[in-house]
Write a protein that binds this ligand. Sequence first.
Ligand code: MN
Length: 251
Amino acid sequence: MQQNSRRKFLQSTAKAAAIITVSSTAASSILQSCAAPKAMLKTATITTGFTQQPLPYTYTALQPVIDAKTMEIHYTKHAAAYSKALLEAAQAEGIDSSKPLENVLAKIDKYSIKLRNNAGGHYNHEMFWKSLQPKQNSNLPTGKVAKAINENFGSFDTFKTQFTEAAKTRFGSGWAWLYVDAPNKLKIGSTPNQDNPLMNVSDVKGFPLLGLDVWEHAYYLQYQNKRADYIENWWSIINWNYVESRFVSKI
Ligand code: MN
């Protein structure tokens, strides 16, 4: 893709992210529903603020894929710490925390490493919680994102294989991503630490649709060193309606 049109796409992505808002109550109802009407999906909350939002389900809701203790520690300790440190860093660095966090991520190189780590940590986890739901026996994408996955990767199975590989091979701590690189162009990649594709410092740049946390804190209590098992089981708890709502906001 031409650099100019790609830059324009990324700019429009940031603008679109800034104007799509809806109340958190409406967002929660979408997240709790497996069959949200398409009209609702179009207005789902895509932008992210600076404070930690309530978990959209209980700590036990994702069992047996993710155990309750992991969920509780992950949400109340790890993710909460990122959110708290983000607010501290934002205040220290003169950032308006009433604006969407996406604006900061797009120029993250202007700020401290503390801001980068915690803005990423907060954003990634806020997105991660929303992208999960109780285990489904047959859990496949539907709608426009399903079509785009087939068009870009050939089939869902090919996509799953490639995403799984990205998650398994991310050395150390980080995230695997499905992201929009350009209109209707989907890509798979991974980032170290708490970086994400919205950051201007990231090797993989675009709008994230789905992210998988492969830090050991996300799975170690239940899976120990078996990251591959955690990844395989995770496919059954993806909230594809949420992924669709993120994708639809870009088309
Ligand atoms: Mn995490």
